[in-house]
Design a protein around this ligand. Structure first.
Ligand SMILES: NC(=O)C1=CN([C@@H]2O[C@H](COP(=O)(O)OP(=O)(O)OC[C@H]3O[C@@H](n4cnc5c(N)ncnc54)[C@H](OP(=O)(O)O)[C@@H]3O)[C@@H](O)[C@H]2O)[C@H](O)CC1
Ligand SMILES: [K+]
Length: 503
């Protein structure tokens, strides 16, 4: 499991690692540069014109080493020196000395920055890394603003885009990367949705600091990747029957919002549930039966919203229940939820309007069962806990909430964060902007509910559900791009199993 460690600890981590392994800091920088180049070579051609913008700290040192290595491999490289090289760090200075004489290196003063026309296909940003300690200004600000304005240029940030603090929210300007190649682990602030436009795609390369070593610096924050979920899946045998794959119920829907519960139930079936049923108000019965013939339908007595009268006794048939999608928040829906909380104490996912009801009726929070899963998007979460000034605050409040109510909070968004009551937070690595579409959350509810019904522990169900939902979104959007809709994500769930090599 890849740790996310705060930037303030990285200096100590580097120093301890170097001392422990008896290597030089220059060697570690060389490892970082090699790892970057290994990634770069797979993406870019030797006839691309590559400009590497280097500052005077170790991030600049990385950039200079990258320049040397790529130049040796035959890339067309120009190095631009941006910063105060009289104050260069030791490894930056050494890498500057190691630059081959024939490799052009141009010192940029403010006039050059203003007037220079860049004829480049690729810009590599190695001006500042995690050492940034104030908003950009002067030369560096002008340089970064100019680079951000270049069009039809591929922009790559080394470790972290220049200007982004590693653990805080951005104040001022930063480099807007298409891709950020971060060393060893993603820096915490790369997980913030406010920074998505600066980070671009995130890629993490290994620079040789092993997991065991990193774990000494653990801050209980983890980056959730493919290898972390594969072993969490249950294998079923050829003798498995419908019951083994779990019976789940999705409760919700209201007049005009029946699609939400249909998508949740369909997602549960595509995730592998042996049986999925929908509990809907009367107006939804025919809709669900026609739209999703594989689902059973249970009807509440009321016409347009779930209400207090519904087939209560049938709840015990289900191995897991997802509640909330399309449910509405009127008084009928509130009385349904209150009744449901008193009757069903099995594994459950609480989403959408069920969360909105919790936000309105705060005393209901005390009825939450230990280990229930809440899946708010950012707005729903703030309705629950109050307005937050930024994502860092949201993340800290979601941890506090999870500990207080002993529940699992899935804070949805780019790098969905899953908080567990023991203080661990997992940040998802899958998914993309094309998943920001109505109904995507209903699909996630169906998937997590399905895994709970299949007998996964709540931890495994949540981590597998979030990871695979993002993966299905990536698969769905390969050709559909911004035309991707939630049912495309549902249809891509089977293929996500193929990618994970799970049958
Ligand atoms: N394990 C790893 O991840 C490794 C990372 N490496 C790389 O090292 C950088 C971090 O290097 P560091 O030297 O600590 O920091 P920076 O390169 O980011 O630069 C720090 C210098 O920048 C000055 N500074 C800070 N803020 C500003 C600003 N807004 N404007 C101008 N200058 C600024 C600061 O000096 P001051 O005295 O002026 O405050 C520093 O001199 C990491 O990101 C990786 O890329 C290693 O290569 C290997 C291991
Ligand atoms: K950088």
């Amino acid at each position: 499991m890849l740790e996310i460690i705060s930037g303030s600890s990285v200096k100590k981590l580097d120093a301890d690692f170097i001392a422990d392994r008896g290597i030089s800091s220059h060697r570690l920088m060389e490892n970082a540069a090699q790892a970057f180049c290994g990634w770069f070579e797979k993406k870019y051609h030797r006839n691309d014109k590559v400009g590497i913008f280097c500052g005077h700290g170790n991030n600049g040192g990385d950039g200079l080493a990258i320049g040397r290595l790529l130049w040796r491999k035959g890339y067309d490289i120009i190095v631009f020196l941006v910063g105060d090289f009289d104050r260069a760090s030791a490894d930056c200075r050494l890498n500057r000395e190691l630059l081959p004489d024939k490799l052009p290196a141009i010192t940029m003063n403010d006039e050059d920055i203003k007037h220079m026309e860049f004829d480049l296909n690729v810009v590599i940003d190695a001006v500042l890394g995690i050492g940034v300690n104030r908003p950009l200004e002067g030369n560096i600000l002008h340089m970064i603003t100019k680079l951000n304005g270049l069009s039809e240029v591929s922009k790559v940030a080394v470790d972290i885009p220049t200007g982004l603090p590693s653990d805080e929210c951005l104040k001022g300007e930063a480099f807007r990367a298409d891709v950020t190649v971060s060393f060893q682990f993603p820096k915490f602030s790369l997980m913030f949705p406010e920074h998505a436009a600066f980070v671009g795609k995130l890629h993490v390369v290994n620079i040789g600091i092993d997991r065991n070593f990193l774990s000494q610096f653990s801050e209980n924050k983890f980056y959730l990747q493919k290898k972390d979920v594969v072993d969490r899946h249950i294998s079923f045998s050829r003798f498995s029957h419908k019951g083994d794959f779990g019976r789940v119920l999705l409760a919700g829907g209201s007049y005009g919002s029946m699609g939400a519960i249909k998508m949740s139930a369909e997602a549960a079936l595509r995730t592998g549930s042996g049986l999925a049923a929908c509990l809907v108000p009367q107006c939804g019965v025919n809709i669900i039966q026609i739209a999703l013939p594989e689902a059973q339908v249970l009807s509440a007595e009321s016409e347009n919203n779930l209400g207090k009268s519904y087939p209560q006794d049938s709840l015990k048939r289900f191995d897991a229940i997802g509640v909330g999608p399309g449910m509405g928040t009127n008084s009928d829906a509130v009385s349904f939820l209150k009744d449901f909380f008193t009757r069903y104490h099995g594994p459950k996912v609480i989403d959408a309007d069920a969360i909105n009801i919790l936000a309105k009726e705060k005393e209901l929070l005390n009825e939450l069962d230990e280990n229930c899963v809440l899946t708010p998007h950012l707005k729903e979460f703030e309705r629950l806990v109050g307005a937050c000034t930024n994502h860092k605050e949201r993340l800290s409040k979601s941890m506090v909430f999870s500990k207080k109510y002993r529940c699992i909070v899935v804070l949805k968004g780019a790098h969905t964060c899953i908080s567990f009551p023991d203080g661990r937070q997992f940040f998802n690595s899958t998914g993309n902007k094309h998943m920001a579409t109505g109904g995507a959350g209903d699909v996630l509810t169906g998937m997590i509910t399905s895994f709970l019904g299949q007998g996964y522990s709540v931890e495994n169900a949540t981590l597998c559900g979030v990871y695979q939902h993002g993966l299905a979104g990536e698969i769905a959007s390969v050709y559909k791009k911004r035309g991707t809709i939630a049912t495309d994500i549902v249809r891509a769930i089977p293929k996500s199993y193929l990618v994970l090599k799970i049958d």
